[in-house]
Write a protein that binds this ligand. Structure first.
Ligand code: GLU
Length: 213
């Protein structure tokens, strides 16, 4: 098992992401990473070490929208280049689970000109959403359409630098819940990661997609 934390809030969410990942460490992981929307684009920090290393590496990072991940490698060795988030154009994606049709997606997206920089099944999701955005510019709808092409189990969280202030999350087979508060909205693999910010939780069901703003 492994974990996801995502946040869109009124103030800096980087400490919330890192604290959330620490609470998910018990699930096991081999690498960790986060991505936030900054003034310059997507800022991404990844590490094959412990979550504590992300704390240090992200100490000077400030953002109000972001996603974070602990990885349990299923496709591709534990390494920084295979660690999540995975980026395509203006978007970044974290994923728990396994995409069974990733090879055919990879072939299709490579033919469209996408360059893969990891060995993961997850990177196919990132490029698929980016490709879908060309015809469907709304991030929520693009994620919804992309999910219809995925076979397998997933919980995902997606941010787009061109659509700041929102995170789209979706689940099918892997756990994901929302944390709702007056000052921000969050998602995580289990409640322990979000008790630091809210006790108001919404458990997503398979097939659910949500937009956090
Ligand atoms: N299958 C993905 C990978 O190997 C996600 C693994 C996970 O659930 O952490 O990167």
């Amino acid at each position: 098992m492994c974990g996801i934390v995502a946040a869109s809030a009124a103030s800096n969410i980087v400490p919330v992401l890192v604290e959330g990942l620490k609470k998910l460490e018990y699930r096991g992981y081999d690498s960790a990473g986060l991505a936030v929307i900054s003034g310059n684009g997507i800022e991404r920090i990844r590490s094959v070490g412990r979550v504590a290393e992300l704390t240090t590496a992200s100490a000077s990072t400030q953002a109000t929208t972001g996603i974070a991940h602990t990885r349990w490698a299923t496709h591709g060795i534990p390494s920084e280049r295979n660690a999540h988030p995975h980026v395509s154009g203006s978007i970044a994606v974290v994923h728990n689970g396994i995409i069974e049709n990733y090879e055919s997606l990879r072939t299709e997206l490579t033919a469209q000109g996408y360059v893969f920089t990891s060995d993961t099944d997850t990177e196919s999701i990132a490029h698929l959403i980016e490709a879908t955005l060309k015809d469907e510019p709304d991030l929520f709808k693009a994620v919804q359409l992309a999910c219809q092409r995925l076979v397998g189990a997933y919980a995902i969280a997606v941010i787009d630098h061109d659509q700041p202030g929102k995170v789209i999350v979706a689940r099918e087979g892997s756990p994901l819940l929302l944390g709702v508060s007056d000052t921000g909205n969050y998602a995580a693999s289990d409640a322990s990661a979000l008790l630091q910010v809210t006790r108001n939780m919404v458990y997503l069901e398979n097939g659910d997609i949500a937009e956090l703003t």
